[in-house]
Design a protein around this ligand. Structure first.
Ligand code: 13P
Length: 251
């Protein structure tokens, strides 16, 4: 099947995890090695302080790693920032860009997110470009309109010829235990797919669209079975190997 998309289950540790948390990688590798390996890619995006160590530890386990953000430039006088080239050098395969927590906490707009996605591609990383509506926007019936506009502004034209991943994360579902109805997930992912296909043609059908927001072992199977849901971007439930494996094994 030409459009077959290998699912991706990516963990976003956010600002959580000290060196002691690295053992979760060993536990996850153990769980993945013990049973039949699910047919999906698995990645963990730890805080930058742990990226090198976690990448080294993941080694040959097949678990990939990613950053949580990058600067649009490769180097320079930008105190506190990290470039995509640096993430790649630390062993990353992916980098999350445009997460709603960055859009809110650091006032990131679509143009900046797009420039970060481009920097990621330039460094040989796959950007995971996040979009998602706020609660008021959904309640006003504007969820699809908002996400459509974010996609247009945040996804670079180069996504037609390079690997990118989209993550749909309704802001109100993040860390709240709330999730959209299955029908709403299906409608949003179908809308994103049709926009990608209109813009990028056949390539738009190969782009993975992840769902994120309170994904847990208990709801993963139902969400991952929805058409055009090609995996998950998991926050809280990615911190412990057992929980994260519960989601991976739901693929
Ligand atoms: P939770 O899974 O904790 O809701 O977080 C989702 C998220 O923001 C992943 O990027």
């Amino acid at each position: 099947m030409a459009d077959r998309r290998i699912p991706l289950i990516a963990g976003n540790w956010k600002m959580n995890g000290l060196n002691a948390a690295l053992v979760e990688i060993d536990k996850l590798a153990g769980l993945l090695g013990a049973g039949e390996r699910p047919d999906c890619a698995v990645a963990i995006c730890p805080p930058a302080t742990l990226l090198s160590a976690l990448s080294a530890r993941a080694g040959a386990t097949g678990i990939l790693t990613g950053g949580q953000d990058c600067h649009p430039k490769a180097s320079g006088a930008h105190t506190g920032d990290i470039s995509a080239v640096m993430l790649a050098d630390a062993g990353a395969t992916y980098v999350i860009v445009g997460h709603s927590e960055r859009r809110t906490d650091h006032h990131e707009d679509d143009a900046l997110v797009r420039s970060k996605a481009l920097a990621a591609l330039g460094a040989g990383l796959t950007p995971i470009i996040c979009v998602g509506e706020a609660r008021a926007e959904r309640e006003a019936g504007r969820a699809i309109e908002v996400v459509t506009s974010q996609l247009l502004g945040s996804v670079p034209d180069e996504a037609g010829t390079n690997e990118v991943v989209i993550a749909y994360e309704p802001v109100w579902a993040i860390g709240t235990g709330l999730t959209p109805t299955i029908a709403d997930v299906e409608a949003m992912h179908a809308s994103i797919r049709s926009q990608l296909a209109d813009r990028f043609g056949a390539a738009g059908k190969t782009i993975r669209i992840l769902y994120g927001g309170s994904m847990k072992p208990a709801n993963a199977k139902e969400i991952l079975a929805v058409a055009n849901v090609d995996g998950g971007l998991v926050g809280g439930a990615s911190l412990l190997a057992n929980d994260f494996y519960g989601i991976i094994s739901a693929v």
